[in-house]
Design a protein around this ligand. Structure first.
Ligand SMILES: Cc1ncc(COP(=O)(O)O)c(C=O)c1O
Length: 359
């Protein structure tokens, strides 16, 4: 088998051993004579898979009992709409912290839904560090934050302390960073970086925030998912099944603390090369650099193109920066082995040595 070093920003690499286990079970799940994707979601066979994912999500995340868990089809983008529709259904306003591209999309989508939302603070590029305190307008029900900006490579080091519950899009750090549940109202993210194949959002929502009637159809109403263990209709079974396997894999590696330690180690290897070099540069100040999306520049765009192309030939894929910002981005999610980060770091040193005079 030929596995590349996969630095894609999501969907991204999953551990080979998890994929192999899934492949082995694809046509015959646990002696049932059928694959899990061929099984009715109303059978005890699938129910056990579903419960396994829910139970492990709760134990690894440490989410307390006053949070419900749901799997929402449509990914994090679906949540950009469902959050204001569900949390502002009874009135009030949503504040949004504009840390980067994804935070801006969350706010834009909430506006498209006609919700009463506003920008609390807006970063002017990836070098802006959010202030320590924010002014929230009257009747604000939640503050939306994006602790890790996948495109800009920016990490919010401390979650803001405010009077209202936080709503956090943790897509690109899911279960790789401890959560202070006392400050949270809703935590969500696409699962396609750390946890599973793309297509769903994993959502934690504080029960009291869903109280009261809302004029929403079932599939847009978060209460409908939480009331039915996310089994109100046919759930995205393959994602949930594979997530259960990833969660066991994460548990075996020390849970959230284990993933955070691994991210810190992998990111450190790449930032060390950047910081020791006059060739690579980081557009992000050291104190707010992402641990999962390391963005950097080379002296010219031509060198960046060459870097991406030669890296690919050397077996390292997915290094091109997001089309909106350019440059290079190495995404270092849960499934990426430490050896892949080490291989890239060494290769960067070699590339610099070969090309530093041409910049
Ligand atoms: C921080 C963040 N939020 C939201 C999204 C959108 O996720 P989805 O594609 O699941 O809608 C992404 C995707 O990369 C992301 O990184």
């Amino acid at each position: 088998m030929n596995r590349v070093h996969n630095f894609t920003a999501g969907p991204c690499t999953l551990p080979t051993e998890v994929l192999e286990e899934v492949a082995a079970e694809m046509a015959d799940f646990e002696g049932t004579g059928m694959g899990i994707v061929e099984t009715s979601h109303r059978t005890p066979i699938y129910d056990a898979v579903h419960s396994n994912a829910l139970d492990r999500v709760r134990s690894i995340s440490g989410a307390p009992d006053n949070f419900e868990i749901a799997f929402i089809p449509g990914g994090a983008t679906m949540m950009f709409s469902l959050i204001p529709l569900n949390l502002l259904g009874g009135g009030g306003r949503g504040g949004y912290l504009g840390t980067g591209a994804w935070a801006n999309r969350a706010l834009a989508d909430a506006r498209r839904c006609g919700a009463e939302v506003y920008s609390v603070w807006d970063a002017d590029g990836p070098t802006a560090i959010p202030p320590a305190e924010f002014h929230l307008e009257k009747d604000t029900r939640y503050l939306h934050i994006t602790p890790n900006e996948t495109i800009d490579g920016v990490r919010m080091v401390r979650f803001p302390k405010v009077e209202v519950p936080l709503v956090a899009d943790v897509s690109s750090e899911y279960l790789a960073r401890p959560i202070d549940w006392n400050r949270m109202g809703l935590v969500y993210g696409g699962v396609q970086k750390n946890l599973a194949p793309a297509g769903i959002a994993l959502v934690f929502v504080r029960t009291d925030l869903l109280e009261g009637e809302r004029l929403l159809g079932s599939a847009t109403n978060l209460s409908w998912y939480t009331a039915n263990r996310a089994l109100g209709n046919t759930p995205p079974m393959f994602q949930i099944y594979l997530m259960g396997k990833m969660l066991r894999w994460i548990e075996d590696r020390g849970g959230v603390a284990g993933l955070e330690k691994a991210s810190t180690e992998k990111a450190g290897m790449i930032y060390d090369v950047i910081d020791a070099s006059g060739f690579y540069s980081s557009p992000v100040p050291a104190e707010i650099r992402s641990l999962t999306n390391v963005v950097f520049r080379l002296p010219t765009e031509d060198l960046e193109k060459q870097f991406v192309a030669e890296a690919e030939t050397a077996g390292m894929v997915g290094l091109k920066g997001h089309r909106s910002v350019g440059g290079i981005r190495a995404s270092l999610y849960a499934g990426l082995p430490v050896e892949s980060a080490a291989t890239l770091a060494q290769w960067m040193r070699d590339f610099e040595q070969e090309h530093s005079s041409t910049g």
